[in-house]
Design a protein around this ligand. Structure first.
Ligand SMILES: [Zn+2]
Length: 211
């Protein structure tokens, strides 16, 4: 991204990047707004021949997309924090009790109220689940798995979420992620890219959009 923004190739690349960003299902809401703001701030500063430096980006982006950096002072930080590449245990599908049955195959399945994390103490891979009132006593088993995981030095699988901004911008992301979330070490990798949305085509004169 060293080219001047007046360079036609750079403009075309930028247009292509905007289209990719807008069609990336993982890049939505505030994260998309942030990415478009970042792209614009970089382009503006390149055109002005100014150096881009760490935290002043954040103020510039917030000012650009919200119109008032004071009003949403921590907005940019929170957006980046939510994009830290990290591992998250698989979410529970419903609230069915995950206690294994003894006399029959499968899980209990009764409505659960006690939230537990079924953690592999060797790898750190985990899945959220629930226990029903009758099986609440099994909670101790899951807490013991967690203690063992701590004792093993808290091993972590590679990231399965976050890291979407890294797809589009070359920057010292490890440094930026650590700034936004000092207590959490950014992991390698990140979420696998979801296939892009179907391309939308604007039908001229018809006033409708079709896929
Ligand atoms: Zn149960």
């Amino acid at each position: 991204m060293a080219e001047q923004s007046t360079d036609l190739k750079a403009i075309m690349r930028r247009d292509e990047r905007h289209r990719k960003m807008l069609n990336d299902p993982d890049l939505t809401g505030d994260l998309l707004l942030f990415a478009l703001g970042l792209d614009e701030v970089i382009a503006t500063r390149q055109a002005q021949g100014r150096k881009t430096s760490g935290k002043s980006w954040m103020t510039a982006i917030t000012r650009l997309v919200s119109g008032d950096e004071g009003y949403r002072r921590y907005w940019a930080k929170h957006v980046v924090e939510r994009d830290v590449p990290r591992y998250e245990p698989s979410k529970s599908r419903g609230r069915g009790c995950i206690a294994p049955m003894i006399r029959r195959e499968g899980l209990c399945g009764q409505p659960g109220s006690t939230h537990v994390l079924d953690l592999d103490p060797m790898t750190g891979e985990g899945a959220e689940g629930y226990l029903c009132a009758r099986h609440r006593g099994l909670e101790a088993k899951y807490l013991a798995l967690k203690r063992q995981w701590h004792a093993n030095g808290e091993p972590s699988p590679s990231a399965n979420t976050g890291g979407v901004l890294r797809r589009y911008f070359n920057a010292d992301w490890d440094g930026i992620y650590r700034w936004a979330s000092p207590w959490r070490e950014p992991l390698e990798g990140g979420r696998e890219a979801t296939p892009p949305r179907p391309t939308l085509r604007l039908i001229q004169g018809e006033g409708e959009v079709s896929s």
